[in-house]
Design a protein. Structure first.
Length: 276
């Protein structure tokens, strides 16, 4: 069964603390004032408006469904998409040509070696799948959805005979093993400005929140809970919904009256979160 090495959580804790301190410090740094760039653009995609298509067209009706949130999984750019599985789905053993990261949004998902005992991951779980490694993916529950993210496409499925060792190793992290510091947990990437990273943020219920992004790229996906995006028109963002921007931008949202919300954020710069 795939589990992270014992040092993983300790390293994660140290990294989260460092990241939190850097972001708090940015509140008083002149270059990081809460102002949107004049050239910034933003986009919103509620999950109900996602266009679904086969994830692996070669499998026809047996294929999971895929819905792009940003990028193009058939191209060469960083991409995030939703993968949706029917209850009882289990893939044949296979590999991918690129490494991916994933977060469970709905249902329960198992992703591991073909002979591994099922380890069902609930919403809020995070896992990685290195390129070239043989694995299967299974799902159980009425609705099973995961966010899948790649740094470069195309995203392809290949047979086990093409397996290779990339030197990367997979991890599966259950929500109970996440380390939270100041309502954040660092998942992957670099702390340096200009370098990409992935983070969970946790927002308390019934709060108007501004997420001030200072990097050139920002991607946000609702994992649990619900947000109302406050803009030209107020959009309801349920789990699986996406909001993002290119350039420094202030995203203003309101959380559900009774439920906390967890948002996955991919960015290449600092960001701050302020709640009323």
């Amino acid at each position: 069964m795939k589990t992270p090495p014992k040092t993983t959580l300790a390293v994660t804790l140290a990294t989260v603390i460092a990241l939190s301190c850097r972001d708090r410090a940015s509140n008083t740094d002149a270059p990081y004032q809460n102002q949107a760039s004049a050239a910034a653009t933003y986009e919103i995609l509620p999950v109900g408006e996602v266009d679904w298509e086969p994830l692996n067209p070669a499998r026809g009706d047996k294929s999971p469904r895929a819905g792009t949130l940003w990028g193009d999984r058939n191209g060469t750019v960083p991409t995030g998409f939703l993968a949706k599985f029917v209850d009882g789905f289990s893939s044949p053993p296979h590999i991918h040509n690129v490494t991916y990261r994933a977060v469970v949004i709905r249902g329960q998902i198992h992703n591991d070696d073909p002979t591994a005992t099922p380890m069902w991951m609930p919403p809020g779980s995070f896992w990685t799948q290195p390129k070239g490694e043989i694995h299967i993916t299974s799902a159980q529950g009425p609705t099973n959805v995961a966010l899948v993210e790649i740094d470069q496409g195309p995203y392809l499925v290949r047979p086990p005979v093409q397996a290779f060792d990339s030197g990367e190793r997979p991890i599966n992290i259950h929500p109970s093993n996440l380390v939270w510091v100041d309502d954040r947990t660092y998942l992957w990437g670099s702390l340096e400005d200009g370098q990409s990273r992935g983070i969970f943020i946790r927002l308390r219920p019934d709060a108007t929140t501004e997420i001030h992004n200072y990097g050139s790229v920002f991607r946000g996906v609702v994992i649990t809970g619900e947000l109302e995006y406050l803009g030209n028109k107020n959009d309801s963002l349920e789990p699986g919904s996406y909001f993002g921007s290119n350039g420094a931008y202030n995203h203003k949202v309101r959380t559900h009256p009774t439920d906390e919300t967890i948002v996955y954020i991919r960015t290449n710069g600092r960001f701050t979160v302020s709640m009323d």
